[in-house]
Design a protein around this ligand. Structure first.
Ligand SMILES: Cc1cc2nc3c(=O)[nH]c(=O)nc-3n(C[C@H](O)[C@H](O)[C@H](O)COP(=O)(O)OP(=O)(O)OC[C@H]3O[C@@H](n4cnc5c(N)ncnc54)[C@H](O)[C@@H]3O)c2cc1C
Length: 363
């Protein structure tokens, strides 16, 4: 049994950005919250490019999101390196430089920061404990039963909570792998398209004292293991990396339903990822807040959990759907290096800048 922790108003599964933000805001609204995280240490190992757009960029991508300044008020010591543009390379290494303001972070410290905010708000977090299933009065974990009125599934791309609540799973999962390289890098993130990472891209995202290097591929176009793609990319760039860590990125957009009678899902579990670039941290935080507040409203005031569905769809769904459509269009070109290069040339810098911000190709 989980000593003294076997009951809460709300149990949150997963202490990533979605779960910690949900826990913080549910606790701030007066709910008793317990977060269950299967990792021994929050944020470790890091499986992330560690790049975040600036507050203004987040507002431009998600113009209907509210309280963005408040949600993304990140302490300066969590900013590893500020960047103001991106370099996109076509299969033939033609360069397209687009403006995009952002920064890199240390994802392990970033997640720990969100967890400490949740704890300050009053949530309790237990690590080294895995969710097993939802049952009548709560959830079963590897350490015992937790009684709870509402379950928030923030357990990542292959959400066990989603299936246990009878909610849809992510349809399309792209394998991605990342590692850290030491050395001096220009403070400009780079994305490489084409055979280097079929249907996805390889990246070098500079950080203080090094870079995050990785690759993500589409299972439809890739012809080998993701680790081999990264290995070849790293060799080609002459980089020296530490041990790569892999994970999946949900690329089919938001799932059709995110609430059930017993709970709700958020973040990667709900497909809250930008299909044009694989970024999900901003949406996990925006929707995490909405999930936490709705769950607290349910347990303290009897408000329906379905409100969450309407709230997050209103704030972020349109750009996420646009990104899915653009990605589907792009997949027509991924099969041929030549066609992809020609498409990038035809699009040019300005339109690619729109695409990466989840806007329609044409204004
Ligand atoms: C290689 C890679 C690079 C990426 N780069 C970027 C980037 O640069 N910028 C960006 O914005 N996004 C990036 N993303 C996406 C981003 O990491 C995710 O969208 C984001 O982490 C989603 O947050 P989350 O809280 O929903 O899920 P997660 O961060 O995955 O957190 C889920 C948590 O749930 C826990 N968990 C899972 N199952 C259980 C269980 N059964 N019981 C208990 N706990 C459980 C996990 O251990 C984990 O801590 C990248 C993804 C990958 C794979």
């Amino acid at each position: 049994m989980i000593e003294d922790l076997d009951s809460a108003d709300i149990v949150v599964i997963g202490a990533g950005p979605a779960g910690c933000t949900a826990a913080e805001h549910a606790a701030l609204r007066g709910a008793e919250v317990l977060v269950v995280e299967r990792k021994e240490e929050i944020g470790i190992p890091v499986a992330c490019g560690e790049f975040l757009p600036s507050i203004d960029e987040i507002k431009s991508i998600f113009p209907r999101a509210v309280d963005v300044d408040l949600l993304f008020d990140i302490p300066a010591d969590l900013v590893s390196l500020k960047t103001d543009r991106l370099r996109l390379y076509s299969p033939g290494l033609r360069l397209f430089e687009i403006s995009l303001v952002g920064y890199t972070t240390d994802r392990d410290r970033f997640d720990k920061h969100l967890a400490s905010k949740a704890e300050k708000a009053g949530a309790r977090i237990i690590t080294g404990c895995s969710f097993v299933s939802v049952e009548d009065e709560g959830v079963i974990t590897s350490l015992g039963k937790v009684r709870a009125k509402v379950v928030i599934g923030a357990d990542g791309p292959m959400s066990r909570v989603a299936s246990s609540l009878g909610l849809p799973a992510n349809k399309s999962l792209y394998p991605a792998v990342t590692a850290r390289a030491k050395g001096d890098f220009e403070p400009i993130p780079e994305m490489y398209f084409g055979n280097v990472a079929p249907g996805g891209y390889a990246w070098i995202i500079p950080k203080r004292g090094g870079a995050n290097v990785g690759a993500g591929v589409s299972p439809r176009f890739a012809k080998g293991r993701i680790s081999d793609y990264l290995k070849r990319f790293v060799e080609r760039k002459g980089l020296d990396i530490d041990r790569p860590v892999g994970k999946f990125v949900p690329m089919s957009g938001p799932v059709a339903k995110t609430t059930s009678k017993r709970g709700l899902i958020v973040g990667d579990a709900a497909g809250h990822v930008m299909a044009v670039n694989g970024g999900g941290i901003p949406i996990a935080i925006i929707c995490g807040r909405l999930a936490g507040e709705t769950a607290a409203g349910n347990v303290t005031k009897g408000r329906p959990l379905e409100m969450y569905e309407r709230l997050w769809r209103d704030q972020v769904e349109k750009p996420l759907r646009t990104a899915v459509r653009t990605e589907a269009l792009a997949s027509l070109f991924f099969g041929s290096q030549w066609r992809l290069g020609a498409a990038m040339r035809a699009l040019g810098r300005r339109r690619m800048g729109r695409i990466i911000r989840c806007k329609p190709v044409l204004p």
